[in-house]
Design a protein around this ligand. Structure first.
Ligand code: HPA
Ligand code: MG
Length: 219
């Protein structure tokens, strides 16, 4: 069994979350979520700090950001924004490209075996660059491991991974991000671009889906 070391801002298994009454969220999701586990403002504050950590490590050379769609689009956009802000306020500015790839492996709340990588056929422009892979959530780390192997083949100067969320699931020691926003319990979360069958991307906070929400949007 793995002993957890603190990777990111830690949200305990017994943390009940914030009551939905404390925040605003779209009325079309009332009844579909149980609680807020990470309010949007906290995500933004943590992202600002991650941006600084990333620039400390990667800011000496051209950066290519590899955004893992779809779930990573919001985190990537906000993280890139913060990195740009640091670049504006510093005399040492670094050119940054953003490239999008798509991974698909989830149906309902279950991971399926076959992983598809789209948009990653020719990544030869990564050669000699500092690459930052940006993912919304890391579970077992199997996906990340596959992706890293694929990217390494294009010979970047350095590869780092930023994951907004790391889930405490059994056997997730396979691969962990270099930069972690939050460690969360092994529960299915939605919001901030994370979906359940394409729903909930239009929710700002990271929330725990309710049983009735799972039923309502099941395929
Ligand atoms: N929510 C949304 N997408 C996911 C999750 C999750 O908890 N885990 C892996 N993909
Ligand atoms: Mg998904």
């Amino acid at each position: 069994s793995k002993t957890w070391q603190l990777l990111g801002y830690d949200i305990n298994d017994d943390w009940p979350g914030y009551s939905l009454d404390l925040f605003s969220y779209p009325a079309h999701y009332s009844g579909d979520i149980d609680c807020v586990i990470i309010p949007h403002g906290v995500i933004m504050d943590r992202t600002e700090r991650l941006a600084r950590n990333i620039m400390d490590d990667l800011g000496d050379h051209d950066i290519v950001v590899l955004c893992v769609l779809k779930g990573g689009y919001q985190f990537c956009a906000d993280l890139v924004d913060r990195i740009k802000a640091l670049s504006r306020n510093s005399d040492r500015t670094i050119p940054m490209r953003v490239h999008f790839i798509r991974l698909k492996s989830y149906l309902n709340d279950q991971s399926t075996e076959d992983l598809h990588i789209l948009g990653a056929e020719d990544l030869s422009f990564l050669a000699g660059k500092n690459v930052l892979i940006v993912e919304a959530i890391v579970g077992t780390g199997k996906t990340m491991k596959t992706l890293l192997k694929h990217v390494e083949a294009f010979r970047p100067k350095m590869i780092k991974v930023a994951g907004l969320l790391v889930k405490r699931v059994p056997h997730n020691s396979a691969c962990l991000p270099d930069y972690v926003g939050f460690e969360i319990p092994d529960r299915f979360v939605v919001g901030y671009a994370l979906d359940y069958n394409e729903y909930f991307r239009d929710l700002n906070h990271i929330c725990v889906i309710s049983e009735s929400g799972k039923m309502k949007y099941k395929i």
